[in-house]
Design a protein around this ligand. Structure first.
Ligand SMILES: NC(=O)c1ccc[n+]([C@@H]2O[C@H](COP(=O)([O-])OP(=O)(O)OC[C@H]3O[C@@H](n4cnc5c(N)ncnc54)[C@H](OP(=O)(O)O)[C@@H]3O)[C@@H](O)[C@H]2O)c1
Length: 236
């Protein structure tokens, strides 16, 4: 039986992914700050479930993740889905800081523990949920920049993994819009359900993909974002 940890499983994509991986036969470890939701999800899953309430923006999170890995006696797959970000044109510092502390510092702390675990174990698969926003700066500057960090960091780990003698896989998932509490505001389009996103992520895991857009049609938007001149982009 394969074992996986989903960091940020109390809601949205992480919740749907935990359900799908469990249904596929995985023993799952689920994390998030909201313990009652972890317990609720645990009660819904048939296969063994380990839970750990933790805040990835706190120093204690690295110890918490290691404790969860130890309790599960090692894992094959670690998914970092936890993330935050909402539009606020006033750019209040507290919100900017929270995005960076969660999506950059928290993500890196989790990726660091995961990578070291896989190095020690000799193999493993780390999957990070970035965003299409990684491609270009936008209306939530700290969010887009944080996701660019996530994608670039995963690329760096892939570079190091290739130089190591270990079989460590890295997958960068870049969703467009997914119907979760995070996707707010007007002008949403091509919105995938969390279940569809989870199904496509499981496929990416099976196929050992380096990078995927969710849903697949977002490849087109990615291409447009890369080539669109500022004069048009700034009017969107
Ligand atoms: N929905 C979209 O349209 C979309 C598009 C592109 C990328 N994404 C990315 O997809 C990932 C999942 O987001 P979602 O759409 O599923 O949003 P969501 O439903 O709001 O879920 C976010 C998850 O992150 C966890 N989380 C947030 N801050 C945390 C912290 N400090 N410590 C631990 N856990 C934390 C939350 O758990 P607790 O609150 O219980 O801590 C929750 O489980 C995020 O990285 C997001 O940036 C989403």
């Amino acid at each position: 039986m394969k074992k996986s940890i989903i960091i940020g499983a109390t809601s949205g994509i992480g919740w749907a992914l935990a359900k799908r991986l469990s249904a596929a036969g995985y023993t799952v470890g689920i994390t998030g700050r909201r313990l009652p939701l972890l317990e609720q999800l645990q009660a819904q899953l048939a296969n063994p479930v380990f839970i750990k309430a933790m805040d990835i923006s706190q120093d204690s999170a690295r110890r918490d993740l290691q404790a969860l890995i130890d309790a599960m006696q090692g894992v094959d797959l670690i998914v970092i889905s936890a993330g935050t970000g909402a539009i606020d044109p006033g750019l209040p510092w507290e919100k900017e800081k929270q995005i960076i502390e969660t999506n950059v510092l928290g993500f890196t702390a989790m990726a660091n523990v995961a990578y070291h675990h896989f190095l020690q174990q000799g193999s493993g698969h780390l999957l990070g949920i970035s965003s299409i926003a990684a491609i270009r700066g936008g209306a939530i500057p700290a969010y887009n920049a944080s996701k660019a960090f996530v994608s670039n960091y995963l690329q760096g780990l892939r570079y190091l993994a290739a130089k190591s003698k270990h079989n460590i896989l890295l997958t960068d998932v870049q969703p467009g819009f997914v119907d979760t509490p995070m996707a707010q505001g007007d002008g949403l389009f091509w919105v995938a359900s969390a279940e569809k996103a989870a199904a496509q992520i499981v496929l990416a895991i099976k196929k050992k993909k380096k990078q995927v857009y969710i849903s697949k049609r977002w490849r087109l938007i990615a291409w447009i974002l890369k080539i669109l001149p500022d004069v048009i982009y700034h009017k969107l």
